[in-house]
Design a protein around this ligand. Structure first.
Ligand code: ADP
Ligand code: MG
Length: 250
């Protein structure tokens, strides 16, 4: 059974149809990566899955319940089960690292101060940054900020984590680090990970499955290797001959 089941979803902005009768499944405990040209609707799809935008038609089921069209109150309950690391998920600059990571624990749980302190410590350890509770966002490097944002996203121990362009703006060493971290969290927290990236090398390195969005639909999906061997012209053109050689060699 799919954790998320998307059927016939349509989303347009004025006359621009972004998602066009899109079908997509997300299965429990997989790492699935959504790839596609810039502007193809990857972020919009993630936002639809979190109820952050309304869809025009179709249905989204989560955990076997129809959630498209749910009230904001219901969506808030659903979002508690989802951790998100969005491109723009900046830290709160007026809060230190501890308060940033503790934020959702205070908002969404009945945990005591003692329990929160323990969870913050555990979570910073998970992202490889133990003991930095007292530091301020302004004192952190870009890579560290990204990892603290990830700690904040998973502090409540979500069942699913959404990553929108997690490698964006990071140098190659930090890209590798974030990818490794994603896979580490996947194991240690037993989550389902949904990633959006235009970094094909990263997508191939971390994913159980890829889904290519093209013309508002999932044009192809399968294990990464199937994309390399695909004869589908849409897939072949998206990956490109040069990248295909790079990926085959890696
Ligand atoms: N709030 C909005 N209003 C109008 N157009 C939007 C809005 N959000 C996204 N779009 C358009 O929808 C298309 C898909 O956007 P997006 O999902 O962000 O693409 P990407 O695949 O790069 O993540 C783009 O053409 C974008 O301009
Ligand atoms: Mg995007």
């Amino acid at each position: 059974m799919a954790l998320f089941e998307v059927r016939g979803v349509r989303k347009a902005f004025a006359r621009q149809v972004v998602l066009d009768e899109l079908d997509f499944d997300i299965f429990e405990r997989e790492v699935v990566t959504i790839i596609g040209e810039s502007g193809s609707g990857k972020s919009i799809l993630l936002k639809a899955l979190m109820g952050l935008i309304e869809i025009d038609a179709g249905t989204i089921r989560f955990d076997d319940k129809v959630v498209s069209g749910a009230s904001e109150k219901e969506w808030m309950r659903i979002r508690r089960r989802i951790g998100m690391l969005f491109q723009e998920s900046a830290l709160f600059d007026s809060l230190n690292v501890y308060e940033n990571v503790a934020y959702a624990l205070r908002e969404q749980t009945d945990m005591t101060d003692e329990e929160i302190a323990k969870r913050v410590d555990e979570t910073l350890t998970l992202v490889g940054l133990p003991g930095i509770e007292a530091m301020w966002p302004a004192d952190l490097s870009g890579g560290m900020r990204k990892r603290v944002a990830l700690a904040r996203a998973v502090a409540v121990r979500p069942e699913i984590v959404f990553y929108d362009e997690p490698a964006e703006g990071l140098d190659p060493i930090n890209v590798t680090r974030v990818n490794r971290l994603l896979l580490g969290l996947q194991k240690s927290l037993n989550v389902t990970s949904v990633v959006v990236t235009h970094n094909l090398k990263a997508a191939f390195a971390i994913s159980d499955r890829l889904a290519l969005i093209h013309d508002g639909k999932v044009a192809a999906t399968g294990v990464p290797k199937s994309f390399l061997d695909s004869q589908d012209p849409i897939v072949r053109e998206f990956i490109g001959e040069r990248m295909r050689r790079v990926l085959r060699a890696s």
